[in-house]
Design a binder for this molecule. Structure first.
Ligand SMILES: [Zn+2]
Ligand SMILES: [Zn+2]
Length: 355
């Protein structure tokens, strides 16, 4: 039989041990409930998106059958095809949840401090930052990243015939670029495009598939991705600075050892720890993409070491590269997901959807 642990103020080390164990178990419970919530949200997400994906005429409705009902990629659609997302919502939900939770803890426990000057101004600024981060997150994850439509005219070719199709060569700014044939989309991919295996689409100027956003990053949403990462970096630095200020002030007030002080303000310590990791992570991403923008490279090209042995044909100099990414008007989507579906699409799509 083990001796029962008696909490005694005369033995502060035992007391603080008990408190730490309680805090850890509490955090584990919070993490478990967060994971449960995200799981439930995923189920709801899939139910909503699948319901939206089913052609209306099959469900007995009279509404027009649209392209997105039969889209062969793995995307999910909302608002009747106006919003297009990646197939896995977990990353997006987790990112949105952690930003909202951080903002709520900050406003409720850190900014709401009587010793803090201009606390209302600090709270309002934190809320504005949160709103801007969330707007950028929703924008980047719900717009068409630059999906290239599939070639329906080659639908009758079999695998052996498709394998025999060779790649083509194109000269851009005096440098030869190879155009690969995508056997899934049955198209010659335009330069800088690639097939995302997660979304199952060819994407123009494919950068990467971001698991934290749940969407491909390509030609049409890269600018919003930069805005999202930059605003998220400012948000986490802001929260980290004020959380550290609160911990520092508590240490000065109580004059206790650091680890005993944090048990008196666990929310500030948890927020500072989370933001510290987030700042380093997001800062690394922002720095990497600033470098890529200046070089006019995509992350995919950089990781594949595309322009190591040959010069980059798309590099126009730092200023023109920045202008191209940040200020040139974005092209409109190549696919009208809300357009009326043709009978050929309906037939092929129904086969794919196994209806
Ligand atoms: Zn493809
Ligand atoms: Zn993707």
């Amino acid at each position: 039989m083990s001796e029962p642990i008696v909490v005694d103020d005369q033995h502060p080390s035992l007391f603080s041990q008990n408190k730490i164990v309680t805090l850890v178990s509490l955090k584990l419970k919070v993490v478990t409930s967060i994971c449960g919530c995200v799981g439930k949200c995923c189920v709801i997400w899939r139910k909503i998106s699948n319901a939206d994906r089913l052609p209306r005429f099959i469900r007995g409705g009279t509404e027009t059958t649209r392209v997105y009902h039969f889209w062969p990629g793995k995307n999910v659609f909302f608002c009747r095809g106006r919003l297009i997302c990646g197939p896995d919502p977990r990353g997006f939900l987790l990112t949105a949840f952690s930003i909202t939770l951080s903002s709520w803890i900050f406003c409720a426990y850190i900014a709401n401090d009587s010793t803090l000057e201009h606390s209302s101004f600090i709270t309002v600024f934190a809320v504005l930052l949160t709103v801007s981060v969330l707007i950028n997150l929703v924008t980047v994850s719900t717009i068409d990243p630059g999906i290239i439509p599939r070639n329906a005219s080659l639908a009758s070719l079999n695998d052996a015939q498709l394998r025999r199709i060779k790649s083509r060569k194109l000269v851009i700014n005096g440098i030869e670029v190879r155009l690969k044939f995508c056997r899934i989309c049955r198209i010659y991919r335009p330069p800088r495009s690639s097939h995302c295996t997660i979304c199952d689409n060819c994407v123009e100027k494919f950068d990467h598939h971001c698991p934290w956003i749940g969407q491909c990053i390509g030609l049409r949403n890269y600018r919003f991705y930069l805005m999202f990462t930059t605003s998220a970096l400012i948000f986490f630095i802001y929260i980290f600075a004020f959380s550290c200020r609160k911990i520092n002030r508590r240490i000065l007030e109580t004059r206790l050892w650091f680890f005993r002080t944090i048990s008196s303000c666990p929310e500030a310590f948890a927020l500072a720890s989370f933001c510290f990791v987030a700042v380093w992570f997001v800062c690394g991403i922002v720095c990497f993409h600033v470098y890529l923008v200046m070089k006019n490279q995509t992350a995919y090209e950089n990781l594949r070491r595309r322009h190591v042995d040959s010069p980059n044909p798309f590099n126009k100099g730092i200023l023109r590269n920045i202008k191209e990414v940040c200020f040139v008007r974005l092209p409109s989507s190549r696919v009208d997901f809300r357009a009326e579906a043709t009978s050929q699409m309906c037939h092929g799509g129904a086969d794919q959807l196994q209806l």
